[in-house]
Design a binder for this molecule. Structure first.
Ligand code: GLN
Length: 486
């Protein structure tokens, strides 16, 4: 049996019965990492010894009266999430040597549930990007075809799950960075409702949008991961104190009584015909499970990209002001003459071009005289987009759409054209601006053999509904079981 292929729930079964040891599982996945990393580059650091040691430690514990959900399961974490004593670079030169003195809340939850940390995954610098080409440490490649991008910014986590270089992973999604790479790599990715999962210890990009979520091999595992990471945290002031359900309960029942909205703005010009065909076929599968479909409209969708690319850089310009070469992170060695010179040299050598572009954009839209015209206007548009969703959810329970307009594009194809890169986020940005949950799951393969994803959106705090719809889809199809060619 190839242990690295298994899901959390399959491993749970074997580990709890002591049919396999955590060490065997961990070694199997580490072996896989050694084999695939040269081709994929999903990790920025692999904790080979520590992970093996943790696994051994787990096996030595004699009794697990109530086995924790992730006990003995090797996972990976995007390098934007702080890990105590373990380098956390955010894909940036400026944090190249940053070792956090604390664990992010999600990391503490993973450890509490018994997970074994395999390593930290590659990402676009500060999570800015849609292809993982903006990492200061080199790109990650798509396991289905290394000439293509894995999506971004959590491309490392998505690729690691797709290539079985971990059992599950965490990523972060500000405007699509979990859903889009999940779609391009053929795995499940869930962006929870804003406020559902603690952001404490997540390096900030755009604080009103950032949210941590899981990458998994199937929907059941996504439910398990959510059970571990969701919940109120007093250390995150935007964390919401609402009850967290047992997400496994969402997986019960068909779709009778569920109304699915098909927003017409997501099926227009620019949508690749193969993506459209796969998504429409998926909708028919959901109808076969008892769902009823209605056409709906989200009229402000077309302003999503413009609003996001004002709000997100504005917040980023403020959040990234802390990297000044003084408090922590990179300080330019040849900058002894003045404080200003030190700031300038440290920041221009420490940040890559996309991050600098966003800081400039964000500073501009927040500056006196432009604030009203740009930032304020974008915030108002954001409210309209949110209202579109709230109105639509009066006539349907969930929305089903494509995740991205095309399958993965070739490495380098959009690297010099930021606008084209931004447009690839068109279907994921609106849900981020509205703060609602979004699930991405595999629903097809293109003629080039690249995965296509299905996006399921639900009202605030209804992650369970997206999982229920996704689970029903999985019952009828086998896309979640397909693997990249060896
Ligand atoms: N691609 C979007 C951006 O570049 C979203 C990134 C994200 O969700 N972190 O900002």
């Amino acid at each position: 049996m190839e242990l690295y292929r298994l899901t959390i729930h399959e491993l749970r079964h074997l580990l709890d019965r002591r049919e396999v040891s955590a060490e065997e599982v961990t070694r199997s996945v580490l072996e896989r990492i050694r084999k695939w990393e040269p081709r994929i580059g999903a990790y920025l650091s692999v904790l080979e010894e520590a992970a093996t040691e943790e696994a051994r430690h787990f096996d030595q514990r004699q009794s697990w009266r109530e086995p924790a959900l992730l006990a003995g399961v090797p996972v990976a974490v995007k390098d934007v999430i702080c890990t105590k004593g373990i380098r956390t670079t955010c894909g940036s030169r400026i944090l190249r040597n940053f070792v956090p003195p604390f664990d992010a809340t999600v990391m503490a939850h993973l450890r509490g549930a018994g997970a074994i940390l395999l390593g930290k995954t590659n990402m676009d610098e500060f999570a800015m990007g849609s292809s993982t080409e903006n990492s200061a440490f080199g790109p990650t490649r798509n396991p289905w075809n290394p000439a293509f991008i894995p999506g971004g910014s959590s491309g490392g986590s998505a690729a690691a799950v797709a290539a079985d270089e971990c059992v599950a992973a965490l990523g972060s999604d500000t405007g699509g960075s979990i859903r889009q790479p999940a779609s391009h790599c053929g795995v499940v990715g869930l962006k929870p409702t804003y406020g559902r999962v603690s952001r404490f210890g997540l390096v900030a990009f755009a604080s009103s949008l950032d949210q941590i979520g899981p990458f998994t091999k199937d929907i059941t595992d996504a439910a398990l991961m959510m059970n571990v990471i969701a919940g109120y945290d007093r250390r995150d002031s935007t964390s919401v104190p609402v009850e967290v359900p047992d997400y496994r309960d969402s997986l019960v029942g068909g779709l009778r009584g569920i109304t699915i909205g098909i927003p017409r703005e997501y099926f227009g010009e620019g949508l690749d015909s193969q993506v459209e065909a796969a998504v429409r076929a998926a909708i028919r599968v959901l109808e076969g499970r008892g769902a009823r479909c209605v056409d709906v409209s989200l009229p402000h969708t077309e302003y999503g990209v413009a609003a996001y690319y004002i709000v997100a850089p504005a917040e980023a310009s403020s959040n990234l002001a802390r990297y000044d070469g003084v408090k922590y992170g990179f300080r330019h060695p040849a900058s002894r003459d003045s404080l200003m010179e030190m700031y300038q040299k440290s920041r221009s050598a420490g940040f890559g071009p996309e991050v600098r572009r966003r800081i400039m954009l964000g500073t501009y839209v927040l500056s006196a005289g432009y604030y009203e015209a740009y930032y304020k206007k974008a915030s108002q548009v954001r409210t309209l987009i949110r209202k579109d969703f709230l109105e639509t959810f009066k006539v349907c329970h969930v929305l089903v759409t494509p995740v991205a307009p095309t399958p993965a594009f070739a490495l380098g194809e959009k690297a010099d054209d930021p606008l084209q890169m931004y447009l690839s986020d068109v279907f994921t940005l609106p849900a981020s601006l509205a703060g609602i949950p979004g699930l991405s799951l595999p629903c097809g393969l293109s003629s080039k053999g690249l995965p296509i994803g299905l996006q399921i959106l639900a009202p605030h705090f209804q992650e369970g509904l997206t999982l229920r719809v996704g689970y029903n889809f999985e019952q009828e199809t086998d896309f979640h079981r397909r693997c990249p060619p060896e």
